[in-house]
Design a protein. Structure first.
Length: 132
């Protein structure tokens, strides 16, 4: 698997870790998301680069397998609603995008044994950057 370096804010790390503790091991992909958190470079919010995917960021990305482009906001499950422009951190795509920087590509395991290749094209809105 291709796992480039990732960076996560302390706040995102703590909130996702608590979410994973609540979810238990019954949710598909939990083990992979825990592994991502374990290998992440954790920084304070004021140290995160504007081109890194954080929680509540809006990201333009490409499925490198199909060439299709998408734009989604990475959110916590409690923030999911009928808006098709959101993806949960617990979804494989959400877990894969967390902590990536623009132009990074990751190969992410999917349920059923397939692998999803994603490349970050642009971080269009990152909450951490708004407060600097």
């Amino acid at each position: 698997m291709n796992h480039p370096p990732i960076t996560v804010t302390e706040t995102d790390y703590e909130r996702i870790d608590a979410l994973l503790d609540q979810a238990g091991d019954s949710v598909p992909g939990i083990r992979e998301l825990r592994a991502e958190l374990g290998r992440a470079h954790v920084v304070t919010s004021d140290q995160i680069s504007d081109d890194v995917v954080t929680m509540n960021s809006t990201i333009a990305f490409e499925n490198v397998n199909s060439g299709k482009h998408f734009e989604l906001a990475l959110v916590y499950p409690k923030d999911m609603d009928a808006n098709p422009g959101k993806v949960s951190i617990l979804a494989p795509v959400g877990s894969a995008l967390l902590g990536l920087a623009v132009d990074q590509t990751i190969q992410w395991p999917m349920p059923g044994g397939n692998t999803l290749g994603l490349r970050v094209l642009e971080v269009r809105d990152q909450p951490e950057a708004r407060y600097r």
